[in-house]
Design a protein. Sequence first.
Length: 428
Amino acid sequence: MEKVKRQSLKRSFMEAVAMTMLIVFLCSGLAIFGCYRFQKHILPDSNEVWLTQQTTAPDGTVTEAKVRYVLDGPPEPFGQLVADGQEHNESQGQTSYMIERIESSYSMFSPKVRTAYRASQICMVLLPFLFAVIGITLCAWWFYHKVLEPPITVLMDATAHIQNRDLNFQIISDGQDELGQLCTAFEKMRQTLYENNRQMWNMLEERRALQASVAHDLRNPIAIMTGYVEYLQENSRGGTLTEEKLEKALSNLGITAERMGRYTDTMRDLGAIEETEVHRREAELPDFLQHMADSLSILFQNTGVRFSYEFHVPKGRGVFDGELLYRVLENLISNALRFAEREIGLTFCLEHGILSATVTDDGPGFSDNLLQKKTVLFYSEDTSGQHLGLGLAVSRVLCQKHGGTIDLLNRLPHGACVKASIAVKRSA
């Protein structure tokens, strides 16, 4: 299984900030460079000089002539400098030359050029600050809408569903950061709540079934006791109540009362079973199931019934309550031994996280009445009252507590089949 690379919010934020800073630095650098080039364009070139020729005439008159020249430019002859209105004559006086650099001067600019130059200086400071503000704003907007907002929206919607007691939804998030992990944990919590509510609903349904079963099963013994009381009253008033009739009526009343007592004890035991907690432990499969089947084979000693088992369970480790499963199978096999003729089979199968144990026998199978009433908590066809169907009831309750169920059906051409299933978590 490929491992998903997780990225933290801190790293995502640092990457976004680093990318924003890079973009801001590039934009600021381009802006500063542009302003600098603009200033160089409007400023006089500092490589230009004035070449001044000063001529002193014999009569003491001094004349000057100037020419502008670029020092770094290609060499150009500039000829002889002559003052305006005069011709050069070496005999007329002494000539000297002077070179003066042209300095850049803000005072030389016109008002419009000064405004442009000042604006460029302001832009060199203002534009980087403006780029930084815009970059931070866009980075915050992008980080919130692309990284924070989607999982927050998903969690808020999920919270609204849960507040409305609606667990029939799914939390989908592709993020691998902390918020994505939080969404995944929230989805697991939703699934747990959904499963708990489902189990609670099943328990309520079982409670309703239990109440209906209690009302149904108590109706007959109460009616019997009521009938015998009326019978005794009528015969007592009519003077026909003999000692034999009284003894028979009292005997039947005692049997009925004893049956009601056993039923009351059964209800108390079932209530204790419903309080049983599931203790899941890790075990090797199918070795653990092999050991369990070997232990169950002790039930077949001195019975004349052959016990066979098979496994369709891949090797690996599973997490489940082995004691609970053993208790369920012990009840199912004990019931099967009452009806089996020659053989009882046990088959283990593990599919999609559900471990099923199927107990089959070659007896007469379940009656149509029992299959129609298999959802009733207690049902028994034993008219003696010795068996009230507690084994199946206990097994059903234990399987439901372990995320499974009990299914009843008949085999062809004859025989009964009981399939008990529990939820099993696979471990590496």
